[in-house]
Ligand binder design. Structure first.
Ligand SMILES: NC(=O)c1ccc[n+]([C@@H]2O[C@H](COP(=O)([O-])OP(=O)(O)OC[C@H]3O[C@@H](n4cnc5c(N)ncnc54)[C@H](OP(=O)(O)O)[C@@H]3O)[C@@H](O)[C@H]2O)c1
Length: 253
C-alpha cells in the first residue's frame, strides 16, 4: 500500500480524491484503488446514478463515510464552478482531481458538425480545463495533484476520430501548461491508456485484431490505469509528464 502521508505530506491524513465520470469502468476501478490506499473518494457521475450509488455504498461499507457520490451534467462554466464548490464542501477539502469523464465516438470527415465537435471538445478538453481552473485555489491550498486521462491517440491518430484525437491532444497540452502554471503548489500529469476497455458496442473480432497489435499481446485492465494514477498522485517530484499504459502498443508501426 502507498503511504499517502509520506507522499502528499503529513497534513494529508485521509486525503480526498475527486474523479469525474467515476460510476463505471476505468473511473470506478480508480475510485476503488484510491479508496484502498486510504483516500476518501468523491464519485462524480452524469447519468449513471445507480452505478455511482452502488459503488459509494460498497466503499462506505468498508470505511464509514469514506465515499460520496456527486451528480452534475457539467455542461457549462456555471455548473462546473458550482460543482467544484459542492465537491470541496463535501469533506472540506480536495487533494487530487482526476479528469476521467470523456465522450468517445468516430467522426469521419464529411460527418463533423458543430454539435459533435462541441460534445467531444467539451468533455475531453473544456471540462478538464474549467474544472482545473475552478479547483486550482483549493488544490494549491492542499499542495495537491491533477491527473488527466488522455489517450495514446492524442499523439498517434486513430482513423476516423479527428475530433476526439484533437481534443485529447489539447488535454495533453493543457497538462503541460497547467503543470507549469500551477507549480510549485500543484503537480499535473497525464496517463495515456492504450486498449483497456472497448467501447460497449464493439465485439470480440475487434478485440482479437487489436490484441495482435499489442506487444504484450493482451488488453490492459482498468486496474492498470488505476495503479498508474495512484503512482502519479503520490509521486512528489513528477510533474508535466505523460505516462503511457498501453502494453507497448506505441512501439509498433
Ligand atoms: N477504455 C479505454 O480503453 C481507454 C482508452 C484510451 C483512453 N481512455 C480514457 O480513459 C478514461 C476512462 O475511460 P472509460 O472507457 O472508462 O470512459 P467511458 O466509460 O467512455 O466514460 C466515463 C464516463 O464519462 C462520463 N461522460 C461521458 N461524456 C460526458 C460528458 N459530456 N460530460 C460529463 N461526463 C461525461 C460518463 O458518465 P455517466 O455514465 O455518469 O454519464 C461515463 O460513464 C477516458 O478519459 C478515456 O478517454 C480509455
Amino acid at each position: 500500500m502507498v503511504d499517502i502521508r509520506l507522499t502528499l505530506g503529513e497534513g494529508h491524513n485521509q486525503p480526498v480524491v475527486l474523479i469525474t465520470g467515476a460510476a463505471r469502468r476505468v473511473g470506478a476501478e480508480t475510485a476503488r484503488a484510491f479508496h484502498l490506499a486510504g483516500f476518501r473518494v468523491i464519485v462524480h457521475y452524469r447519468s449513471s446514478a445507480n452505478d455511482a450509488e452502488a459503488l459509494v455504498h460498497s466503499l462506505n461499507e468498508q470505511r464509514s463515510d469514506s465515499a460520496r457520490a456527486l451528480a452534475s451534467r457539467l455542461e457549462d462554466e456555471v455548473s462546473i464552478t458550482e460543482f467544484a464548490h459542492e465537491a470541496i464542501e463535501l469533506y472540506g477539502q480536495v487533494d487530487v482531481l482526476i479528469n476521467n469523464a470523456s465522450s468517445f465516438y468516430p467522426t469521419p470527415f464529411g460527418e463533423i458538425d458543430q454539435a459533435v465537435f462541441h460534445e467531444l471538445m467539451h468533455s475531453n478538453l473544456q471540462l478538464p480545463l474549467l474544472l482545473t481552473q475552478a479547483l486550482a485555489p483549493e488544490l494549491k491550498r492542499q499542495q495537491g495533484a491533477i491527473i488527466n486521462l488522455v489517450d495514446i491517440h492524442a499523439v498517434r491518430p486513430l482513423a476516423n476520430h479527428p475530433v476526439y484525437g484533437a481534443a485529447k491532444a489539447g488535454l495533453l497540452s493543457l497538462t503541460r501548461s497547467s503543470a507549469l502554471d500551477l507549480a510549485p503548489d500543484v503537480r499535473v500529469n497525464a496517463i495515456a491508456p492504450g486498449a483497456i476497455l472497448l467501447p460497449e458496442h464493439e465485439g470480440k473480432d475487434y478485440e482479437t485484431e487489436l490484441r495482435s497489435r499489442i506487444p504484450l499481446a493482451k488488453m490492459g485492465r482498468p486496474a492498470d490505469i488505476a495503479q498508474a494514477a495512484l503512482f502519479l498522485a503520490t509521486a512528489p517530484y513528477i510533474t508535466g509528464q505523460l505516462l503511457s499504459v498501453d502494453g507497448g502498443r506505441t512501439l509498433k508501426q
